[in-house]
Ligand binder design. Structure first.
Ligand SMILES: [Zn+2]
Ligand SMILES: [Zn+2]
Length: 135
């Protein structure tokens, strides 16, 4: 068993894998999360700065929730979060749509490479046969 100081209130608490906050602060943070989520729901288009000012939650914390896909901004804004790959403003997560697609394709092409030409080849053959039969 490991005892640590809570990063929020400095109380000692039983440390469980990766947690930096005591159960009391974690609960308080979850309450704040609900508040932030509600605010974003009520104020579509609110920027991170707006949300931070209205809910008294740090912009850093809000951005972390967005990165974790727990919150989604209605509009990608400069002061919000940006794609970790190309840097354009995004609504949630770590990467923009384009980079996610590019990465998925990169990943897919490695696995799909041996099968892809076969499918094309089959299609070509069928077409070729048909034309030969017709003539
Ligand atoms: Zn605490
Ligand atoms: Zn990107």
């Amino acid at each position: 068993m490991e005892i640590k100081n809570c990063k929020g209130c400095n109380r000692l608490f039983q440390y469980i894998g990766g947690q930096v906050l005591c159960p009391i602060c974690r609960d308080a943070l979850e309450d704040k999360f609900a508040e932030v989520k509600e605010y974003i729901y009520q104020n579509r288009g609110a920027s991170v700065a707006d949300v931070s000012a209205a809910t008294e939650v740090s912009a850093k914390q809000i951005k972390q929730w967005i990165r974790e896909d727990r919150l989604v901004l209605s509009d990608p804004t400069e002061d919000g979060i940006t794609c970790e790959k190309c840097g354009i403003p995004i609504c949630s997560g770590r990467f923009c749509e384009k980079c996610r697609t590019a990465m998925a394709n990169e990943f897919g092409s490695v696995i799909g490479r041996p099968t892809a030409p076969t499918i094309d080849g089959n299609r070509g053959n069928k077409k070729g046969n048909k034309m030969r039969f017709l003539s």
